[in-house]
Design a protein around this ligand. Sequence first.
Ligand code: GUN
Length: 292
Amino acid sequence: MSAKILDGKKLAEEVRAEVKKGVDAFVARHGRAPGLSVLLVGEDPASQVYTRNKEKMAKEVSMNGALYRLPLETTEAELLSWIDKLNRDDAVDGILVQLPLPKQIDSEKVLDAIDPKKDVDGFHPVNAGLLSSGRASLTPCTPRGCMKLLELAGAKLEGARAVVVGRSNIVGKPLAQLLLAKNATVTIAHSRTKDLAAVCREADILIAAVGKAEMIRGDFVKPGATVIDVGINRIDAPELGAGKTRLVCDVAYAEALTVAGAITPVPGGVGPLTIACLLENTLIAATARTSQ
Ligand code: GUN
């Protein structure tokens, strides 16, 4: 048996096409495009690629996308003043501060300063609290992408056993809340869970977001389960030459492929959906802000 491969790239294109329709309707109604402002501090290579893509994709769906690149030595006060300016700018509907931030800046303080109504990452404690209270407003993008992939897989969530491996504020915790809201029975496991393999084997839906290369082996997967792999880990790859690295996921893909009912590929699984959901959040924020 070989699992159904969940094509996140195609699904993301469909989500973006829907967002574009919503943006066109927004422009017709309000005479301006929804605005997404992305702040990047420093020159982390991966963050540069992600933020450039966010700006580019925003423009592709006719949004007003802006990427502000700030120098590595930017102070916390300077970044807070940028956020204050964007909070007050009526043409800006969504603000995203790319993580990680340089060490002189307290990320919590910065994320807390974003107006919750413009918090398109869904990381503000107000939005995290609303999600936990079953009153979801703006919700984190990667977890939302996972939910869309589960829908694509045709996974039945009601009453299903869902195991989320990983407890980050960005993925694991909010995803557990989204699954709970769909009446799944949710377990949050993590790198220190005892007998992780046995816990995972109970899962009809298994989400790997632990950030440990190929930690989830084929024999962790219940036959027929839906497996979503969120992990991207850079590991040393001396076989490719001295100093070389390569990207490896959280799931040992070739092993899981023969056991799972459906599985995400990497690349082309969850990744493309994160930005599509960010654009969706920006449209949601713009619509909510203009209908107050
Ligand atoms: N860095 C890695 N993923 C993310 C994300 O989803 N949002 C932000 N702001 N930074 C990130």
